[in-house]
Design a protein around this ligand. Structure first.
Ligand code: ATP
Length: 202
C-alpha cells in the first residue's frame, strides 16, 4: 500500500489547503522548529483513524481544528485526505474498485468525525481495519515521531512486542478477536437468560 499524496485543510497549523506529494524515497521531514513537521505526521495518523486526542497532543479531538491566530479567525472544521496507489487492487473489497483510493476524514465542531473513501461515506472502523491490515495503522512504527526511538529503547518488553505485532500486520486480528470475544460474552449472557426463562416455565 503506497501513499502518494496528503491533503490538509484547517488541520492544526495548516489553515489553508495544503498538499504534500509523497514521492518515492521520502523518509523524513526537516524544517525549523514549529513549522508543522509533527502536525504532518499527526495528520497521517489522524486520517488512518487515530481516536486518542492525546496522540494528537490535544485534550479533545476538536483541538486538531485550526484554533485561530493573531491575523486569522478559528476554523469550523478540519479535513485530511490521504491518496493511496491502489493500481494493484490490494485494498480489501469495498475499497478496491479504483486505481487511486482516497480516504478522508473531516471533523466539524460539535458534530464529530466523518470518514469517506473515494467520496462515499464509510465507518471509522472500516478505515482503521484497512490500515491495520496493511501494517500502516494509526500507531504504525513506520511513522517515527520525536523521542520515539529513546522511548522504544527504554520500553518494557510487552510494549516492544506491540510494536513488532503492528509491524507484522497482526494488530487487525487482535482487534477482530476482541470483538468476537465481546459477541461471545453477549451470546453467553443471552443463553443464561434463556435458561432462566425455561426454568420458570418448567
Ligand atoms: P519542533 O521541531 O519544534 O518539534 P514542528 O515542526 O514539529 O516543531 P509542530 O509541533 O508540528 O512543529 O507545529 C507546532 C505549531 O503548530 C505551533 O506553532 C502551534 O501553535 C501550531 N498548532 C498546533 N495546533 C494548532 C491548532 N489547533 N491551531 C493552530 N495552530 C496550531
Amino acid at each position: 500500500m503506497r501513499f502518494t499524496r496528503l491533503r490538509l485543510n484547517g488541520f492544526k497549523s495548516f489553515v489553508d489547503p495544503t498538499e504534500l506529494l509523497i514521492a518515492d524515497g521520502l523518509t523524513g521531514v526537516v524544517g525549523p522548529n514549529g513549522c508543522g513537521k509533527s502536525n504532518l505526521l499527526e495528520a497521517l495518523r489522524w486520517v488512518m483513524g487515530e481516536n486518542r486526542p492525546t496522540a494528537m497532543r490535544g485534550g479533545e479531538m476538536e483541538d486538531v481544528i485550526f484554533a485561530g491566530a493573531a491575523t486569522r479567525g478559528a476554523r469550523h472544521f478540519a479535513e485530511v485526505a490521504l491518496s493511496i496507489d491502489n493500481s494493484d487492487r490490494l485494498a480489501p473489497s469495498g475499497f478496491n474498485d479504483a486505481d487511486v483510493l482516497e480516504v478522508s476524514r473531516r471533523i466539524t465542531r460539535d458534530a464529530g468525525s466523518a470518514y469517506r473513501a473515494n467520496g462515499k461515506e464509510v465507518r471509522a472502523k472500516d478505515v482503521q481495519m484497512l490500515f491495520l491490515d496493511a501494517s500502516t495503522g494509526a500507531h504504525s512504527p513506520a511513522l517515527v515521531r520525536q523521542g520515539q526511538i529513546s522511548e522504544l529503547i527504554n520500553a518494557k518488553p510487552r510494549s516492544r512486542r506491540r510494536v513488532l505485532e503492528e509491524a507484522a500486520g497482526i494488530s487487525g486480528l487482535y482487534q477482530r478477536r476482541h470483538e468476537a470475544e465481546l459477541r461471545l460474552t453477549a451470546a453467553e449472557t443471552n443463553l443464561t437468560r434463556v435458561d432462566d426463562v425455561l426454568e420458570q416455565l418448567a
